[in-house]
Design a protein around this ligand. Sequence first.
Ligand SMILES: *Cc1c(COP(=O)(O)O)cnc(C)c1O
Length: 387
Amino acid sequence: MHTLPDDGFGTLAIHAGQEPEPHSGAIMTPIYQTSTFVQDGVAQPRNGYEYARMTNPTRTALEANLAALEGGVAARAFGSGLAAMEAILKATLSGGDRVVCGDNLYGGSERLFRFWERYGIEFEFIDSTDPEALRAGLRPGARLVFLETPTNPLMRLTDLEACATIAHEAGALLAVDNTFATPWLQRPIELGADLVVHSSTKYLGGHSDVIGGVVVVNSDPLAEALGWQQMATGAVPGPMDCFLLLRSTKTLHVRMRAHCDNAARIAVFLDEHPEVERVLYPGLPAHPQHDLARRQMRGFGGMITLDVGTPERAESMVGRTRLFALAESLGGVESLISVPGRMTHASVPAERREMMGLTDSLVRLSVGIEDPDDLVADLAQALDGIG
Ligand SMILES: *Cc1c(COP(=O)(O)O)cnc(C)c1O
């Protein structure tokens, strides 16, 4: 089902930002577990390293690797996806500014935005599947556009190239949350975005063992502004987490191919299953934005949402799977299942959930890379007894 070739991604994933360590030749970037760095004289740091909140060599390697994968000028790593998102707000906005955002963002992003309303930042939510809705939302004072595609959990897509043009015409920056797609599937900076943010907790990490975030930027001033946020507000990841993420990105392309293949197979199985009312997956030709997905993405990802008709049936299904573990989060090698309306998106106000069709009868799958026969069998037995 892949629509685009690999074009050197795997080589960058394994090598970008990393050199053998000069002292010993260690091929893996060491975990520089240190808080400070000895200086050659007063205010004469060696190789630019002074204090590990500002920079740390393990983090520097990770940042260079992620910048290469997203095709950006630089990357800045943070302690979580939300810390990375907040750094974008702090680096680009001042009181009175307006942010125009997609109406189906990750639940925690909405919660963060509501906190920021207290400080005089205004957030306007628009249906970004229609670029004209973005144009209408960009009244004067809009400094930042914040989009997510595909969205979580409704799997709606946004045309990033069209939205980048519209945002820039209005003098606003475009930030894209690329957590669901990863740079292997979609590279927003190449489509015109100024900033890309990830929860690296998800596919970039890929093994459900790190909380992390990153911002990749398309210009030196933005790199400097985000670096200043790391130094001045301190929400940085430790070197062990940076090491784990560096180790993870080496297999991102291999994992993503497996996630896509497994999800494609499961989407077709669910689509034909009599107990399932609706399957939301951009790889299905019936998805309303399948053509945009083919144009904008290399493949269709590992996330699937299905509607089983009622909240009771959703609860019954997620309680019956054995391989698919009932948990929040996504993007790991192991398969997860959840009811997003009652879990990850419970903090979204009920009327907004209703408005966008995020009902409690929706079940979200993060399809892992186990044997697809076993995954299909697990879903089959769960649906057969759904009651
Ligand atoms: C999980 C997630 C976040 C938040 O990231 P954390 O690492 O949990 O802070 C942001 N955006 C998306 C799309 C996510 O899935």
